[in-house]
Design a protein around this ligand. Structure first.
Ligand SMILES: *[C@@H]1O[C@H](CO)[C@@H](O)[C@H](O)[C@H]1NC(C)=O
Length: 274
């Protein structure tokens, strides 16, 4: 190897070394958008997000159009009819709007993205640990509404282009269809959410509702669960946090290799030649 080539290799290594110190490796579970019907390919700022979706405007997977549509009955997003058993009261509907905003806009659901076996989206979310308050308030505010189905993803009569109660199903009080908050949050969207006893602000559960003045609390939650998932991909549910650690090994190995190669390069030509 000639001196010039060696020197160039040395500079490349130096740049790599600097980069690996300054920039943490990009984690594919963090700051991502799922591959579904209306999501952007990458998250980014969206200054014009509408109404209840506005908390995500600094970094979102939804467009302004999607955020507006999330507030409409029978929106073009899913043609979904909230009023399938009479008019859904506004205090209940606002939770469904917020649920839509989280689903469409959040860039922090990466650890729970899963393959979807459906024609209209490639990916879905599964077992997102929802904060206790978000789930309980949702249930509390919808208690007085009625519905004919437990799983709102599947089994509707779509003959008219919008969802109607299937033949033979009856409109029943929410509390009969969903006896507890856990039933509501887990069953309504085929286990997209998991009920937890973690509180808002704990850093251990995803918040549907948050005050953006303090930043998006779900960023650290995604980070925590991404790390937990890496340390135990198969059984994220019941792993203790103490069992992690292996995830950091690879960047350190590269760093060490770069250092050794650099030292070797410097050693053969002297410090001045770089
Ligand atoms: C959003 O875009 C769709 C499709 O282009 C359009 O039909 C709809 O009117 C738009 N909605 C809003 C609120 O701008």
């Amino acid at each position: 190897m000639g001196l010039a080539v060696e020197m160039r290799a040395g500079r490349v290594l130096l740049v790599l070394l600097a980069a690996s110190v300054v920039m943490p490796a990009k984690d594919p579970l963090l700051n991502v958008c799922m591959d579904a019907k209306h999501h952007k390919t990458k998250p980014g700022p969206e200054g014009m997000l509408h109404g209840q979706c506005a908390p995500w405007k600094d970094n979102a997977c939804c467009t302004a159009n999607t955020s507006s549509e999330a507030h409409r009955d029978q929106s073009y997003l899913y043609n979904f009819n909230w009023n399938h058993c009479g008019v859904m009261p506004p205090k209940c509907k606002r939770h469904f709007i917020q649920d839509t905003c989280l689903y469409e806009c959040s860039p922090n659901l990466g650890p729970w993205i899963d393959q979807a076996d459906s024609s209209w989206r490639r990916e879905r979310i599964l077992h997102v640990p929802l904060c206790k308050e978000d789930c309980e308030e949702w249930w509390e505010d919808c208690k007085d509404y009625v519905t004919c189905k437990e799983n709102w993803h599947k089994g509707w009569n779509w003959a008219t282009g919008t969802n109607r109660c299937p033949w033979g199903s009856m409109c029943r009080p929410f509390t009969q269809v969903f006896p507890s908050p856990k039933d509501l949050c887990e069953k309504i969207w085929s286990n997209s959410y998991k009920y937890t006893t973690e509180r808002r602000g704990s850093g251990r559960c995803i918040q549907m509702w948050f005050d953006p003045a303090q930043g998006n609390p779900n960023v650290v939650v995604a980070k925590y669960y991404a790390w937990k998932k890496r340390s135990s991909p198969a059984r994220m549910e019941d792993m203790a946090p103490e069992t992690g650690g292996a995830a950091c090994a690879v960047p350190w190995l590269i760093l060490l290799l770069a250092l050794v190669l650099l030292a070797a390069g410097w050693g053969s030509y002297g410090w001045g030649s770089l």
